[in-house]
Design a protein around this ligand. Sequence first.
Ligand code: S3P
Length: 167
Amino acid sequence: MTKNIVLFGFMGTGKSSVGKKLAEDLKMKFVEMDSVIEEKENRSISNIFSKKGEKYFRKLERNLVKKISKEKGLVVSTGGGVVLNPDNVKDFKKNGILVCFNASPKEIYKRITKTKRRPLLNVDNPLRKIKDLLDYRRPYYDKIKIQINTTGKDIKKIVCEIEGLIK
Ligand code: S3P
């Protein structure tokens, strides 16, 4: 596979766990954007948000998209907000098969409450915030043609679904 497979979708929709398995299966290199940013900056995403702000984070994200969208044969797990900048989607489209995950707010809530690593959801009412952000972002996610609902599905099933779709 010379094209990249790029996974989009809201936080907690399964991009990282599915992406890792998919890359293993297809013998492709897996890139988790948030992890690359954390490594480069030598601090956590939460720390970047609290010390430098979201705008700064979005710049780091944008620069990383410019770089990895030029590579080949990657499975990329993007951060949930990557779609907010249309240039990011445009760049990935040049050499990528784009797939967007979605899940119900309740399922997302169930998945993300296990960790504190999502600064945007570190609020008093995370379920409300998930619903609000999803409403705002829906038009951005909807621009991606291949959509997969991950609610109630295990990793293996989602990987199979993607493999079937990209053949
Ligand atoms: C964000 C999603 C996070 C991370 C950051 C912002 C977002 O990535 O990039 O906390 O704006 O939706 P995941 O989708 O991998 O959790």
